[in-house]
Design a protein around this ligand. Sequence first.
Ligand SMILES: Cc1ncc(COP(=O)(O)O)c(C=O)c1O
Length: 400
Amino acid sequence: MSFLSDTLSRVKPSPTIAVTTKAQELRAAGRDVIGLGAGEPDFDTPENIREAGKRAIDEGKTRYTAPDGIIELKQAICDKLKRDNGLNYSPKQVSVGTGGKQILYNALMATLNPGDEVIIPAPYWVSYPDMVLLAGGEPVTVEAGIETDFKMTAAQLEAAITPKTKWLIFNSPSNPTGAAYSWDELKALTDVLMRHPQVWVMTDDMYEHLVFDDFMFCTPAEVEPGLYDRTLTCNGVSKAYAMTGWRIGYAAGPETLIAAMRKIQSQSTSNPCSVSQWAAVEALNGTQEFIAANNATFVRRRNMVVDMLNAAPGISCPKPEGAFYVYPSIKDCIGKTTPAGTMVPDDETFATALLEETGVAVVFGAAFGVSPNFRVSYATSDDALKEACTRIQQFCQGLK
Ligand SMILES: Cc1ncc(COP(=O)(O)O)c(C=O)c1O
């Protein structure tokens, strides 16, 4: 009998981390590798936020805090939710955790019983199904392919709901596709949820501020106030504020759920880093100006990457509304043979061959639940992106 738990055997290690590791190994071996796998901005944390972190250290704000966050940060989160999303929350309805990841995990751990179903539109962020499994629930994936711009339709949602459905996990803009739901598209989904009072919605708004071309972000409790009492609005400072390493995420929702999440966190990690919490207060309360500047960079890169990938034979790449990812289809590459002689039956083989033969690291689509595709993160320099896309074009030209 294995020493390790049965629960562990239900989950896979994160494939995005596996790609980054493989790319690092090749680089260490002297290969010229361009990594398009990482899910984090290549910008530094803005100076005002860094200074707030340094100040917190110098002022001795280095002790335990309340397990789910300091009141100053909870208030800043309430102010943000009012300002940006028109949502009214009090600090008692807010939980702060060690990254968005812990927040989502706490919520699932606090609510799932064996057999409870969680609807996850695919392509999905790799951690959702595994977190549901770790918490003892059943992920129910709904494939939203390229034909609906990677967005789940109301009919698909309706068909996936059963009496056992507990949550819908909703993520817009999406990792891995960058697709974002308009108000009308989201309203069609919330209308379905209004007919099924047992279903709660966990909305992962992590990429809220990374939307382009005048796209207007919206979130479920804003679009349908009738869902307020069964919505957990999750967000964090990692992506918009280039603070991935600081590890601060948060959620707002019904007080009983927030208290349950606090209980989980107080018996596992306790408070998120005190210094990071003070930096996050500055992120939310301070200037937001750099977001527009960063987004201008992201739009430029997105447009270049989409154009260059669409010029590669066999690749079809939609132009998404947000985040810093594109999710091209490689349907017309499947069944072909690479320049080095590998037959390509699926997207995992494509991505492995691309890395080995050209040194470009992308994450294969099967990891996100929709194939044959791959994910490109364009949160890297223009020069690296140009070179990577040129190599992808040459690789595809060489497929026979
Ligand atoms: C959709 C989505 N949600 C949540 C997270 C987790 O964010 P954090 O780094 O704050 O844990 C990520 C990070 O990649 C993400 O892409």
